[in-house]
Ligand binder design. Structure first.
Ligand SMILES: Cc1ncc(COP(=O)(O)O)c(C=O)c1O
Length: 494
């Protein structure tokens, strides 16, 4: 029967004082108060009289009488077939349920949303996930339902490090992996670990997500911005900073989209040796490289100095958000302690399911499918932008699910964002990612992973209209005719 699960009556928190007032009266009063205070909401089902009587150790007649009294007073309704339910009393639900005035409003919904970081949600392999969860539930030994190993499921650590060696040219062993709840949590634990080992300054790519600056400060570190240019992180500028730790996105810089060039990769590793420092590699978007073979993880180049941080938020879905930190061996113990102090870890069944998903080949199959899909979307976006804005306006197209659109020099980035918003399109200006104020060509970050080709085409036209509306009146031109002086690639911010 489809609705069978509903028939199991809910339990209810009622504490009886057997030395006090008659038990029936106590039941009535506690239910009245719970309903008045909004702890029991209109429409909620009460336990059956038999269940509640068993639960409280009183006679069924006592509960029947209490319910009848509450029906008579209008607190509850009783109907054959649907049991006894809390009546809807105006005002009763207000107390607890009104959101606090300071609660953040839900984000507005846009017809076309170019926000980055969301994979194609329609492609999330839910069937495979259900299969994997089913297998995990069926095969996990009973002992596996207890507390996991401190660093996370051994099975998942085996599978993730094997995957990283196979696909990302890494070289971490399972003992060097710590399972976390996504990249960001892994970053927080890693920074806490570094702070405990005496690191004081963390270099961050500029532009880059501003939240990383906040996370660094919360870990007690000082963050210093280091510019990114057409080859990725400027290692000479890094050398000039006081930092001995750096967070980088070598595979697809967030947000400019440039890949760290081979010479910069070597320079970066050399820098880490020179200063006896560490590199935190956010292996972000590495799976989605379209025109050439993917570039391996930095961790494979220098496992003693590189922490590789990864997660399935982009490869599967943010809703799964299991991640890992592959740490240099000397940091693993403290990193594991940091994880233990803050949480006992990601849900064990999900970890087992992810291990099975990867092991069974379903994860790789999913990646092959979405890589093709993203390539098609990227091409559709590039084609439309070229048609509407002219050539060479997009940067960072080689990998990942977002690109940067260079805007004409005479428009204000914020004005374009606002005008687009009024047209039902959400885009982000690169300004939001700049850690330092510098003159920069206006530019937008456009993510294409979760938009259909049709939406991409419409979105590009809406942005063109937004640009037109934002251009100075005098000499207002077609968006494509705006000055397109191109700074170095990736340097929309410099
Ligand atoms: C630069 C960057 N790295 C990694 C991630 C993945 O983070 P998480 O695993 O916490 O969802 C994101 C998410 O948007 C990101 O922006």
């Amino acid at each position: 029967m489809a609705a069978d699960w509903r028939r199991d009556a809910p339990d209810l928190m009622i504490a009886l004082d057997r030395t006090g007032a008659p038990l029936g009266l106590q039941i009535q009063e506690q239910l009245r108060v719970a309903i008045r205070e909004g702890r029991l909401l209109g429409g909620e089902r009460l336990p059956s009289t038999r269940r509640l009587a068993d639960h409280l150790g009183v006679s069924r007649g006592t509960v029947v009488e209490a319910y009848e009294q509450l029906v008579a007073e209008g607190y509850v309704d009783s109907a054959v077939g649907s049991g006894t339910r809390v009546a809807r009393i105006p005002g009763a639900e207000r107390r607890d349920r009104t959101p606090a005035p300071t609660a953040a409003a839900p984000p507005p919904r846009f017809e076309i949303d170019f926000e980055y970081g969301i994979p194609d949600l329609g492609s999330v392999p839910l069937r495979d996930w259900v299969w994997a969860l089913g297998e995990a539930t069926r095969t996990l030994p009973t002992a596996g339902l207890g507390d996991e190993e401190p660093a996370g499921s051994r099975h998942l650590r085996d599978v993730v490090t094997a995957y990283h060696r196979r696909v990302r040219a890494g070289c971490a062993a399972a003992d060097e992996a710590v399972v976390v709840g996504g990249f960001r949590q892994g970053l927080a634990f890693t920074l806490a670990t570094l702070a405990r080992s005496g690191t004081e300054v963390l270099a961050l790519e500029d532009p880059g997500p501003r939240e990383h600056d906040v996370i660094a400060r919360r870990a007690g570190l000082t963050a210093v911005p280091v510019p990114v240019d057409a080859e990725g992180l400027d290692v000479a500028a890094l050398r000039a900073s006081q930092a001995r730790a750096v967070l980088v996105t070598p595979a697809h810089q967030c947000p400019t989209g440039v890949a760290l060039s081979p010479s910069r990769r070597r320079e970066l590793v050399a820098w880490a040796h020179e200063v006896d420092g560490v590199i935190l590699e956010d292996d972000y978007d590495a799976e989605f490289r379209y025109d050439r073979q993917a570039v391996g993880s930095l961790q494979g180049l220098d496992p003693e100095r590189v922490f590789a941080l990864g997660s399935v938020s982009k490869t599967i879905a943010p809703a799964i958000r299991i991640g890992w930190v592959l740490a240099p061996p000397r940091f693993v113990e403290v990193l594991t302690q940091e994880k233990q102090l803050s949480s006992r870890g990601a849900p064990g069944l999900d970890q087992e399911a992810l291990a099975l998903l990867v092991e069974s080949g379903r994860f790789d199959r999913h990646l092959r499918r979405v890589r093709d899909l993203y390539r098609t979307r990227r091409d559709a976006l590039a084609q439309e932008v070229a048609a509407v804005f002219g050539p060479d306006r997009l940067e960072g197209l080689a990998a990942g699910c977002h690109t940067v659109l260079l805007l004409p020099l005479d428009v204000d980035e914020d004005a374009v964002v606002e005008a687009a918003r009024s047209l039902g399109v959400h885009v982000t200006g690169l300004r939001r990612y700049r850690l330092t104020e510098r003159p920069a060509q206006p530019a937008l970050l456009l993510a294409f992973g979760n938009l259909s080709e049709h939406q991409l085409v419409r979105g590009v036209h809406a942005i063109a209209e937004a640009v037109r509306r934002s251009q100075p009146r005098k000499g207002r031109r077609d968006a494509s005719a705006g000055p397109s002086a191109r700074p170095a690639a990736g340097a929309a911010s410099h």
